[in-house]
Design a protein around this ligand. Structure first.
Ligand SMILES: Nc1ncnc2c1ncn2[C@@H]1O[C@H](COP(=O)(O)OP(=O)(O)OP(=O)(O)O)[C@@H](O)[C@H]1O
Ligand SMILES: O=C(O)C1=C[C@@H](O)[C@@H](O)[C@H](O)C1
Ligand SMILES: [Mg+2]
Length: 184
């Protein structure tokens, strides 16, 4: 198993894609998003999977997408906003460097407008988002090794905060051999 260096979780608009891509570039590793993997595997957009097959089927596809990505992707991995709702998916995350990108409703609205085709936010998105976060916040927190508030930080500062919280360094940066400082 080649586990990711960071797994990002958080609600829609938390910045998983934006921060994840930035962080991957900074660390010199690849970036992957399980939502994108599911679309490829299912051969149709997520909204269609929800409508035609239901949320339960989507969560099962998502669990398998997470399992595969955790086994094969050594870089930065973003999960779908609701992945932590599935018991099996949460179990897969045990012991991994999971970061919860936290965001308040007002900032999420500013960022994504809540008018994108998100199946679970289709009707009355503000109310849905608030209720969804009430249910999900304890689960995001449960799986997370670090919780990063993103409201008052631009994406680059969020990436910095993750690097600090998990004490990460670029993949290419060699570990300094012990005792070399004195020899220069
Ligand atoms: N820390 C931040 N400060 C300000 N704007 C941000 C921040 N993080 C992300 N954004 C902006 O918010 C929008 C949504 O970000 P992004 O798509 O990365 O969120 P996401 O968590 O991946 O959402 P989704 O769950 O829908 O995939 C983008 O326009 C992005 O530029
Ligand atoms: O919050 C959610 O439940 C979702 C978020 C998206 O990332 C997608 O995984 C899907 O639209 C479901
Ligand atoms: Mg995203």
């Amino acid at each position: 198993m080649t586990a990711p260096v960071v797994v990002l979780v958080g609600p829609p608009g938390a910045g998983k894609s934006t921060v994840g891509a930035l962080l991957a570039e900074r660390l010199g590793v690849g970036y992957r998003d399980t939502d994108a993997d599911i679309v490829v595997t299912a051969g149709k957009p997520i909204a269609e999977i929800f409508i035609e097959d239901g949320e339960g089927h989507f969560r099962a596809l998502e669990r398998e997408a997470v399992r595969t990505a955790l086994d094969t992707h050594p870089g930065v991995l973003s999960l779908g906003g609701g992945a932590i709702m599935d018991d099996g998916t949460r179990k897969l995350l045990t012991g991994l460097p999971v970061v919860f990108l936290d965001v308040e409703l007002a900032d999420a609205v500013k960022r994504v407008g809540l008018d994108a085709p998100r199946p679970l936010l289709a009707v009355n998105p503000r109310k849905q988002w608030r209720e969804l976060m009430e249910r999900r916040r304890p689960l995001y927190t449960e799986v997370a090794r670090a919780v990063i508030a993103t409201g008052d930080r631009p994406p680059a500062a969020v990436a910095d905060a993750i690097v600090d919280a998990l004490e990460l360094r670029p993949a290419a940066e060699p570990a300094r051999p012990a005792g070399r400082e004195e020899q220069a």
